[in-house]
Design a protein around this ligand. Sequence first.
Ligand code: IDP
Ligand code: MG
Length: 139
Amino acid sequence: MATNRTFTMLKPDAVEKGHIGAILEKISASGFRIVAMKLTQMTKADAQSFYGIHKERPFFGELVDYMTRGPIVAAILEKDNAVEDFRTLIGATNPADAAEGTIRKMYAASLGENAVHGSDSDENAAIEGAFHFSGREMF
Ligand code: IDP
Ligand code: MG
């Protein structure tokens, strides 16, 4: 059964370009409630662990460098059908393939630097949320 929470990061490129406010506005306007949120920066070890599933991929080093080069906004979001609806809101991994009006279409620069993360399953949403937040930081 689908749960009602997902995990997101506004990635370093989105933060660098000053898009935090616009992206959070779009997320809120799309019916997601912010359950947890912070500005934080991942260490290399953090990013290697968070993206461990991709460690054999040729872009892994590039991904770790990108995700650790500056602060991110990490957040847990709540809505009915949160995981699937948030993936729809952010659009395809490659912004060139992302639908009009999606966050990646509007704010992502490239396949590598694609502005925003969204969990791909309920199980990963729980794991990723717990990676960044303690129970006392979730509301
Ligand atoms: P997702 O973020 O849409 O779930 P994944 O395939 O899980 O996409 O990839 C994780 C992240 O790794 C992407 O969001 C993107 O930042 C980066 N990435 C994926 N594929 C490539 C690639 O071919 N080159 C460089 N970076 C990539
Ligand atoms: Mg993914």
